[in-house]
Design a protein around this ligand. Structure first.
Ligand code: SF4
Ligand code: MG
Length: 331
């Protein structure tokens, strides 16, 4: 039951003087209802741009975003306005996303007022209290200001605000990256609980694979505006196919000794190229230890090489001369 479909989505920003920032190029994935889809990659790889384009905050350059059967970028008027009730975002820095001069009550009730969710103030206030409790705060917090709270509590306030319109789909853009390690697990657990209670669907954006692993059912790996691999959380760890995914995994310890032993160790070298001037062919080729001649000439196709396992890499494409390379890399 697909709730979101992103088809060949491209978002390029024209910077003027013939400079085009190729933030997102030809990205395709779907998210099932009630699922958590993790989007992972280094900062600047296009993850947040995908999130914002799905929300309709950015126009697409090409491709489409279908939410619940409707093309997000073709909605107008009231239907576009109502989409806000369906989709909400949680941001990395809860403090920056909360107005410091508003009380917690005002922060949470603002979207309710914009959408005229409740007939009277009393009903609205009761809903605010209820949301505060759902995120692990309480009604005594309602008249206080964001700066009076810790980072983790502020993120809880941000989550309560995101839930104020009773959305079904949440885009969490690095929601725990700015928090202390000790607090991160609490916020992840809260998100999981809320997901179960409310049947929410999540797009969970992070730069750290170990973080998305815990919460995601499936994971898409991004590099320089391109999605390079997509599979279940489990397979991505056990059997990473793309050299970039292997490099990301090499950087974090995995407690499972079997996985550890069979894994290729790839240490990333070199600089991340500019998305204004990405390499020809495969975007990863300037840093890839397996790069072949074909990698600079031809862009690898996005292919399902095993069931529910997509990858864009010449090592896995049905090209006989690459077969021996493949042997060296498949576990
Ligand atoms: Fe490396 Fe070539 Fe695969 Fe790109 S297509 S990841 S350069 S082997
Ligand atoms: Mg970002």
């Amino acid at each position: 039951d697909k709730v979101l479909q992103v088809n060949n989505l491209t978002k390029h920003f024209n910077l003027g003087k013939n400079r085009i920032l190729q933030a997102v190029t030809n990205v395709t994935f779907y998210i099932n209802k009630g699922e958590t889809f993790g989007l992972v990659g280094e900062s600047g790889c296009g993850k947040s741009t995908i999130g914002r384009t799905i929300m309709g905050l950015y126009e697409r350059t090409s491709g489409e975003v279908i939410y619940d059967g409707e093309n997000v970028h073709e909605l107008e008027g009231k239907r576009k306005f109502n989409l806000r009730k369906e989709m909400q975002m949680i941001f990395q820095d809860p403090y920056a996303s909360l107005n410091p001069r508003s009380t917690v009550r005002e922060v949470i009730s603002e979207p309710m007022e914009v959408h005229k969710m409740y007939k009277n103030k009393k009903e609205q206030l009761n809903e605010v209290y209820q949301l505060l409790e759902e995120v692990g705060l309480n009604r005594d917090h309602a008249n206080r200001y964001p700066h009076e709270f810790s980072g983790g509590q502020r993120q809880r306030i941000g989550i309560a605000r995101a839930l104020a319109l009773r959305p079904n789909f949440i885009i969490a853009d690095e929601p725990i990256s700015a928090l202390d390690v000790s607090v991160q697990a609490q916020v992840v657990n809260l998100l999981k609980e809320l997901q179960q209670e409310k049947g929410l669907t999540f797009l969970f954006i992070a730069h750290d694979l170990s973080m998305v692993k815990q919460i995601s059912d499936r994971i898409g790996v991004m590099y320089l505006g391109n999605m390079v691999e997509l599979t279940t959380s489990e397979d991505l760890y056990k059997k990473p196919l793309h050299p970039y995914t292997q490099a990301l995994l090499s950087a974090i310890p995995i407690p499972d000794p079997d996985v550890e032993e069979s894994r290729e160790r790839i240490i990333l070298e070199g600089e991340l190229p500019s998305p204004i001037n990405p390499p020809s062919g495969c975007v990863f080729r300037t840093r890839c230890p397996f790069a072949m001649e074909v990698c600079s000439q031809k862009q690898p196709e996005w292919q399902e090489v095993e069931t529910n396992h997509h990858v864009a890499c010449h090592l896995y494409q049905d090209d006989v001369e690459n077969q021996h390379k493949k042997e060296t890399i498949v576990h």
